[in-house]
Ligand binder design. Structure first.
Ligand SMILES: [Ca+2]
Length: 196
């Protein structure tokens, strides 16, 4: 997925924080499909950084009070910072579960942040077919739900747990996605700022 920033002048720095705790995919056989989904190893194991400008991407133990590591993605000013991993799906009947905490600071109509955990469904050639986005937007965020985008809005800045089954998610919430074409899912931890 590709997001272009809106035009306009940024009046202030905007800080965006997105952190995620454990991230696991479980198939029917309870097989974990995400490499280093608990972030207990260095992030370059399993994960790819896609970011520019001023950002912080790392893993720490402090975001969640448990003793384990969490991944941390922080973006200041345009445009986005993310880590992602493309997961081959043995079938669509995979359960996704993760916990995440989102933060954002300040916003204007020309300079708004959003942080999200994004699941982008890909065909065998890595073309994006649609996405499920757990997101924490500013009031100006222009993301629009539709047949190929299911938005799940986060209402607070607490650690929350999320789970869904990919097959059910596509059938119930993504009528524009052909389930027979989905072969992979790109999991992204994503912090974005529209300002320029
Ligand atoms: Ca921790």
């Amino acid at each position: 997925m590709d997001f272009k920033p809106r035009g306009g002048k940024m009046k202030r720095f905007i800080k965006i924080l997105a952190t995620i705790g454990i991230l696991t995919f479980l198939s029917l056989s309870a097989q974990e499909l995400v490499v280093n989904g608990d972030f207990e190893q260095a992030l370059n194991i399993g994960w790819t950084i896609d970011a520019s400008g001023s950002y912080t991407i790392d893993r720490y133990t402090w975001p969640h009070p448990d003793p384990d590591y969490e991944a941390y993605v922080y973006k200041m000013a345009t445009v986005y910072a993310s880590i992602y991993q493309i997961v081959d799906l043995p079938s669509l009947f995979c359960d996704v579960s993760f916990s995440a905490k989102f933060r954002k600071k300040e916003a204007s109509s020309t300079c708004w942040p959003v942080s999200a955990v994004i699941f982008t469904y890909l065909d065998e050639n890595n073309n994006a077919l649609g996405s499920t986005r757990v997101y924490y937007p500013s009031p100006y965020c222009n993301w629009q739900a539709g047949p190929t985008m299911h938005l799940i809005k986060v209402e607070d800045t607490l650690w929350n747990s999320y789970s869904f089954n990919i097959q059910n998610e596509i059938a119930q919430n993504l009528p524009g996605v052909d389930p027979n074409a989905v072969r992979k899912v790109k999991v992204s931890l994503y912090a974005y700022n529209s300002g320029s």
